[in-house]
Design a protein around this ligand. Structure first.
Ligand code: ADP
Length: 476
C-alpha cells in the first residue's frame, strides 16, 4: 500500500463520518425546530381556548348578575365579555388546525356561535324585562366542546413531544455511533500506521545502525508502505553494491600483491647471488644481473604508478597538462618501451609520413597507450603480431592497437569499460583488475575523444583511441 493511498483512505473515512454526522444533526435539528413550531402553535391555541372558556364564564356570570340587579355596569361587563369571546374566536380561527382537530374546532365554534345566537335571541325576546339567561344545557355543551378541543390539542402536544423525544433518542444513537466509528477509525489508522510505517521504519533504522556498527551483511526487511519498501530495497541494493565493491577492492589488493610478488621474487633471486658472503660474479655475468634488477624495479615502479594514477582518477576530476605533441612520437615511445620484454610478440608500428600533431596531456595519453599495448600482449598468450597504427581521419587522430589474441565475446564488449569488469574468456588467460580500460576511457573523454573496440572471440581485438586533432582541419 502507498502512503498516498493510506492518507486518502483515512481522509475519506473521516470525511464520510463527518458528513454523516453533520447531515444527521442537520436533519434532527430541522425536525425538532419544526416540531417546536408546532408545539408553539398548540400552546397559543390552548391559550385561545382557555380565554374563550374564561370569557364564556364571565359572559354567563354577568348575564346572571344583570338578571338579578339590572345594573348597567353588568351590562357593560357582559358586552365586554362577548366582544372578548368574538375576538378570541377569531384568534383561534387563525391558528392552523390539523385535519383531526379541525372537526373538533368547528364543533366548538358552532357551539359558541349557537350560544351567542341563542343569547341574543333570548335577550331580544325579553326586551324591557329581566335580562336574558341561556339554558344551562346550552352553556354546558359549549364548555364540553371547548374542553374536547382543549383535550385534543393537549393530546397533539403530547404526541409531538413523544416524536421529539424519539428524534432526540435517534440523534443520541447517531452521535454514539459516529463517536464509535470515529474511535474505530482512529484505532484502525493507528494500527495501520504501526504495522505499515512505524515497524518498517524501526527495522530500516536498526539495519542502518547494524551496518554502521560494522555488520556489512545487515539488510533491511522489505515490508510496509511502498515508499518504505522502496527505501529498504534501495538500502539493500546500496549495501550489496558496497559489499561487491569491497570484495573487488580486496581482490585488487590481492591481485596487486600477487603481481608484485613476481618481480620481487626475481629481484630477490638476483640479489641473493650478490650476497656479501659470496664472491662477486664476473663483469660479463654481473651486467645482465644488474640490468634485470633495474628492469624488475622499473616494473614494480610502473605497477605502483599505474595503481596510484587509477586511484587519483577514481578520486575525482582528471587534471590535464596540455601540450602539442606528435602522435607518432608518443606511439613509438610506447612500442619501444614494450619491445624488449615482449619477446614472443612482433610489435609493429605503422606511422604516416608526416607528423600528426595532437594537443594532449602526453603522460595521460601514454598511460592509455601503455594499457592498450600491455593488454594486447597480455591477452595474446600464444604471441603473434601486435600492431600499433597512427592515422589522421578527418578532424581526428586515430591510434589503433590490434592483436591476434583471445578476443572478446560480443556480449562482453559492451561492458569492457565498466569499472572492475573482466571478460571471462580473457580473465582466465592473464591476471588483471579491470580498471585500466575504465581509466583509459575517462582520460580519452577528458580530451574530448573516445575509445572504440572491435573484436572477435578467438581471433583478436582492435582498440582505437580517437582524439581531436591539434590542427582541427581534416588532412588529405
Ligand atoms: P585488466 O587487464 O587489468 O583486467 P583492463 O581494464 O585493461 O583491466 O581490461 C578489462 C578487461 O577487458 C580485461 O580483463 C579483459 O577481459 C578485456 N580486455 C582488454 N583488452 C583486451 C584484449 N586486447 N584482448 C582481450 N581482452 C581484453
Amino acid at each position: 500500500m502507498k502512503l498516498k493511498t493510506l492518507a486518502a483512505a483515512s481522509t475519506a473515512w473521516l470525511a464520510a463520518l463527518a458528513l454523516l454526522t453533520a447531515s444527521g444533526f442537520t436533519l434532527s435539528t430541522t425536525y425538532i425546530s419544526r416540531e417546536v413550531g408546532g408545539l408553539f402553535n398548540i400552546v397559543r391555541e390552548v391559550r385561545s381556548i382557555t380565554q374563550l372558556e374564561i370569557h364564556l364564564l364571565s359572559h354567563e356570570r354577568e348575564s346572571a348578575r344583570i338578571a338579578l340587579t339590572h345594573l348597567p355596569e353588568h351590562v357593560r361587563a357582559r358586552d365586554a365579555a362577548r366582544r372578548e369571546l368574538s375576538r378570541w374566536l377569531e384568534d383561534a380561527r387563525e391558528r392552523p388546525a390539523t385535519a383531526d382537530s379541525a372537526g373538533v374546532f368547528e364543533e366548538a365554534e358552532r357551539e359558541i356561535e349557537r350560544y351567542l345566537a341563542t343569547h341574543t335571541e333570548t335577550h331580544e325576546h325579553r326586551q324591557g324585562g329581566a335580562d336574558a339567561m341561556v339554558s344551562h344545557d346550552e352553556v354546558d355543551r359549549t364548555f364540553a366542546a371547548l374542553e374536547r378541543l382543549l383535550a385534543g390539542r393537549l393530546a397533539e402536544a403530547r404526541i409531538a413531544r413523544g416524536r421529539v423525544d424519539e428524534v432526540n433518542r435517534l440523534s443520541e444513537m447517531v452521535s454514539v455511533g459516529a463517536a464509535g466509528m470515529l474511535l474505530a477509525g482512529v484505532l484502525l489508522a493507528l494500527w495501520q500506521l504501526r504495522r505499515c510505517v512505524y515497524r518498517p521504519l524501526l527495522s530500516i533504522r536498526a539495519a542502518i545502525d547494524r551496518y554502521g556498527a560494522g555488520s556489512h551483511d545487515a539488510r533491511a526487511p522489505q515490508g510496509g508502505l511502498d515508499e518504505l519498501r522502496e527505501i529498504a530495497v534501495a538500502f539493500n541494493e546500496m549495501a550489496a553494491a558496497l559489499a561487491e565493491q569491497r570484495k573487488r577492492q580486496l581482490g585488487i589488493l590481492a591481485s596487486v600483491a600477487h603481481d608484485l610478488r613476481n618481480p620481487l621474487a626475481a629481484l630477490k633471486l638476483t640479489v641473493d647471488r650478490l650476497r656479501p658472503d659470496r664472491p662477486l660474479p664476473r663483469e660479463e655475468q654481473l651486467r645482465p644481473m644488474l640490468a634485470r634488477i633495474g628492469n624488475e624495479a622499473a616494473r614494480c615502479d610502473r605497477m605502483l604508478t599505474d595503481l596510484m594514477e587509477i586511484a587519483r582518477i577514481e578520486g575525482g576530476e582528471i587534471e590535464l597538462r596540455l601540450e602539442t605533441r606528435d602522435a607518432c612520437e608518443l606511439a613509438r615511445d610506447v612500442v619501444e618501451l614494450y619491445r624488449p620484454a615482449a619477446t614472443a610478440h612482433e610489435l609493429e608500428l605503422s606511422l604516416p609520413d608526416e607528423p600528426v600533431p595532437l594537443c594532449c596531456d602526453p603522460i595521460r595519453i601514454e598511460q592509455v597507450l601503455n594499457n592498450l599495448v600491455a593488454n594486447a600482449i597480455k591477452y595474446s598468450p600464444k604471441g603473434g603480431a601486435v600492431q600499433v597504427t597512427v592515422a589522421s581521419v578527418g578532424a581526428e587522430v586515430a591510434i589503433a592497437v590490434s592483436d591476434r589474441g583471445v578476443g572478446i565475446a560480443t556480449d562482453d564488449q559492451r561492458r569492457l569499460f565498466e569499472r572492475y569488469f573482466r571478460a571471462p574468456s580473457s580473465s582466465r588467460v592473464a591476471p588483471g583488475v579491470g580498471l585500466g580500460l575504465w581509466a583509459a576511457r575517462r582520460i580519452a573523454e577528458a580530451h574530448g575523444g573516445r575509445i572504440e573496440v572491435t573484436s572477435a572471440a578467438g581471433k583478436g581485438s582492435t582498440f582505437t583511441l580517437r582524439l581531436p586533432s591539434a590542427s582541427g582541419a581534416p588532412r588529405a
